[in-house]
Design a protein around this ligand. Sequence first.
Ligand code: B12
Length: 214
Amino acid sequence: MPEEIFNKIILAVEDGDVEACAELARSALDEGRDPLKIIDEGLSAGIRVVGEKFGCGDLFLPDLMMAVEAMNAGLEIVQPVLDKLKIKKESLGTVVIGTVFGDIHDIGKSIVATMLEMNGYSVIDLGVNVTARAFIEKIKEVNPDIIGLSALLATTMREQKTIIEEITREGLRDKVRIMVGGAPVSGQWAEEIGADGYGANAEMAVQLVKRFMG
Ligand code: B12
């Protein structure tokens, strides 16, 4: 059962209430709540509820856009606190992450990136609509340990396969571990396309990276 303040944040996201969302995020911080929980149990929980309602046709695209705006208003309050908490110690490994070509969904990918950073990894976030070529150039440039591919559309999850094929063709496959995620993605899909792992949420992404890094 989520706590009262998180429930209120969920409702504010659902209502697309930008001001309430920012105020509640601020109150939650003032109450001493863990910023990661504010994101996970409040802001992104709210977007998940909205996503389900959108999927069933109970909400429409404008509602969804407002909800995303409200969530972002909350994130803007929480993010600077998270940035301050990042302890500057030696990085435990480097992850290059991005949402694949053709796909502009960036909320889940950004949450994964934040969680990884909070756990001591260096993250290079290539953003959204990222081509295989851009991933390959980055692998050559920074020699990362892990690549993270996010896809939220049934159509763009195929791009994860293409990117892995291109990385292999370029002779770089044995240099990196590749993890995949996003709502339509599954462990079975990860196996089918030759990824090294699948994470259903940011928590699992962190566990996966810890496992990869031994
Ligand atoms: C918000 C949203 C949008 C926003 C995106 C805003 C933004 N800045 O990201 C907007 C309104 C722009 C949008 C646009 C579209 N959307 Co949209 N959208 C969503 C919605 C409601 C929520 C997605 C989200 O942010 N979830 C919250 C986050 C926290 O969850 P998440 O993304 O799943 O991420 C978590 C995990 O998956 C995992 N994870 C994510 N990435 C990675 C990566 C790695 C490496 C790992 C390990 C883990 C991991 O960890 C994350 C954190 O826990 C979903 C519904 C849904 N059920 O997913 C539809 C949804 C994804 N959208 C959909 C569609 C169809 C579209 C549009 C095509 C609509 C249109 N007709 O224009 C466009 C696509 C444009 C494009 N080319 O990309 C469909 C996709 C259907 C399908 N299966 O193909 C969905 C499922 C809605 C639906 N039921 O119809 N969308």
